[in-house]
Design a protein around this ligand. Structure first.
Ligand code: ZN
Ligand code: ZN
Length: 184
């Protein structure tokens, strides 16, 4: 699988992106991962003034547009710093086509600072990796897993993210292997 990471909006910490890139290569079978040499501007219509948040689905649709231009890539993962929502939830850590080629995660609520804690790059990378693997898992057709330690478990809060591992449980990993093998 060839994954491209696409920074979305205001500059995203390059070392955080680089470390997520390395983790994705190790976690997914037969996978390479590059960082795209461009930034996707956040579409103005994604901003919801009343909520002071950005509509995740509108941004995801723009990433989908990029997947059509980037035919050599199997998946594009957008990474942004802005706070994301979907209409019926207070916030989301990310969103993905299920199945599809486009995925998106936000680092905003993965930063310890968001919860009044001291900044911690290692923790941010660990959380970002979990959410990135989770959303790419959705693009490969996986749904949520009841195992709280599996990366495909739904994160309702940062506690759920910290509880789960960055790896798939055995059952989910078999599905991932099959999906990756069927890519080409
Ligand atoms: Zn999910
Ligand atoms: Zn699982």
């Amino acid at each position: 699988m060839k994954i491209g990471i696409l920074p979305v909006g205001q500059p995203v910490n390059a070392s955080v992106i680089g470390r997520i890139q390395e983790s994705l290569k190790m976690i997914f079978p037969k996978t390479t991962c590059i960082i795209l040499d461009k930034t996707l501007p956040i579409p103005e219509e994604a901003f919801n003034k009343a909520r002071q948040q950005y509509n995740s689905t509108i941004i995801l649709n723009r990433i989908h547009g990029c997947t059509e231009e980037q035919e050599a890539l199997d998946r594009i993962l957008g990474i942004t710093n802005v706070d994301l929502f979907v209409p019926n939830l207070n916030f989301v850590f990310g969103e993905a086509e299920c199945p599809g080629k486009a995925a998106l995660i936000s680092l905003k609520r993965l930063k310890p600072e968001f919860y009044g804690k001291t900044a911690n790059i290692d923790l941010l990378v660990e959380r970002g990796t979990k959410e990135a693997v989770h959303e790419i898992g959705h693009t490969l057709g996986l749904t949520h897993c009841p195992n709280p330690f599996c990366v495909m478990h739904f994160s309702n809060s940062i506690f759920d993210t910290d509880t789960k591992q960055s790896l798939f449980c055995n059952r989910c990993y078999l599905k991932i292997e099959k999906a990756v093998n069927n890519l080409r």
